[in-house]
Write a protein that binds this ligand. Structure first.
Ligand SMILES: Nc1ncnc2c1ncn2[C@@H]1O[C@H](COP(=O)(O)OP(=O)(O)OP(=O)(O)O)[C@@H](O)[C@H]1O
Length: 316
């Protein structure tokens, strides 16, 4: 339930987690406040799951500290477990149980769970109430995972890639379920999908290689990093990102060689100037030139544009 307190529900300070040579978290600081839906956005291997599972007490940090509602998820595990739930991953469903049995089992872990039937209705699995989980489609199993995250009615709910592998309609349905939960306590969600982060999250934390490279509301991130939006085109000319980035009005550039042509995307500080520069350049020979207003994709490209081998932080 939402509490009128300025204290963060989750506080992560200086979190470092190493797996042998791999540093999955390289000094992460995050706070999540009551009522917020916070999206952790990052590519494969950015450290999202490690961060969420460390908050849940399922992984031990090498350095740093985590507090959940003032408790340590490691030293005060039970206090934390009562207050937060994580959407379980693929392998952790009990596939021989029915949907109802699964939810009843999960509900027994929490002091004040929601009604099983109410949560089944929320995820639209009424017709599958008695079906064993192993007989459900992958999309329906994903809804069971969502239901398990919601049944405890905990202050904090974490979702890890909640719509991965779902068709567009099923994704929208899952979004509706998350939206209904939003605002009560806090929601934390790891995702690789910009549209999902944009649609659902009050605040987005962008991670790359175990670090937070930017955090803020969507509007704030767009203003800080996306300039006026992007110009994209294809060309058969052998252009490279470093050259494209020098064009007037361009903040950032990415190039991708596909077959015999190069797809180019330019994040612009001045869309009209950048467009004119591309058209005027005899060496570029742009085809299919398109312009799109500022998007989270531009923000991500500027901050995590690794194909450019560029510094992660770059100011406008
Ligand atoms: N148990 C583990 N043992 C060894 N390395 C691990 C382990 N878990 C994660 N890693 C490594 O830590 C890094 C971060 O992984 P993590 O799963 O946190 O990233 P992620 O952002 O959730 O990625 P994805 O979107 O692919 O799930 C990766 O390089 C990964 O290979």
């Amino acid at each position: 339930m939402l509490k009128a307190t300025p204290e963060p529900l989750i506080r992560v300070s200086g979190a470092v987690k190493r797996y042998g040579q791999v540093t999955a978290l390289a000094g992460v600081d995050v706070e999540v406040f009551p009522g917020e839906t916070v999206g952790i956005l990052g590519a494969n291997g950015a450290g999202k799951t490690t961060l969420i599972e460390s908050v849940m007490g399922a992984r031990l940090l090498d350095e740093g500290d985590i507090e959940v509602c003032g408790f340590s998820p490691v030293r005060q595990r039970e206090e934390c477990a009562r207050r937060m739930s994580l959407q379980p991953q693929g392998s952790s469903l009990f596939k021989h149980l029915s949907v109802t049995e699964s939810l009843e089992l999960w509900a027994s872990f929490y002091p004040r769970p929601r009604e099983v039937d109410e949560v089944i209705a929320l995820v639209e699995l009424e017709s599958k109430r008695r079906a064993r989980v192993k007989t459900l489609s992958s999309g329906q199993q994903q809804r069971v995972r969502l239901a398990l995250a919601l049944i405890g009615d905990t202050e904090i709910v974490a979702f890890d890639e909640p719509t991965v592998g779902l068709d567009p309609l099923a994704r929208e349905q899952v979004w509706d379920v998350i939206r209904q939960r939003a605002g009560r306590g806090a929601v934390v969600m790891a995702t690789q999908m910009m549209d999902e982060a944009e649609v659902l999250c009050d605040r987005i934390v962008i991670m790359d290689a175990g670090r937070i490279v930017a955090a803020g509301g969507v509007g704030e991130l767009l203003v800080r990093y996306a300039g006026q939006g992007s110009v994209s085109f294809k060309t058969v000319a052998p252009v490279d990102a470093a050259t494209m980035k020098k064009l007037p009005g361009v903040l950032w550039a990415s190039t991708r060689r596909v077959g015999g042509s190069t797809s180019v995307r330019l994040v612009t500080s001045d869309m009209a100037r950048a467009q004119a520069a591309v058209r005027a350049s005899s060496s570029v020979r742009a085809e299919n030139l398109k312009t799109v207003g500022p998007s989270l994709g531009d923000v991500f490209l500027r901050l995590v544009g690794r194909e450019l081998n560029a510094p992660i932080h770059e100011e406008n």
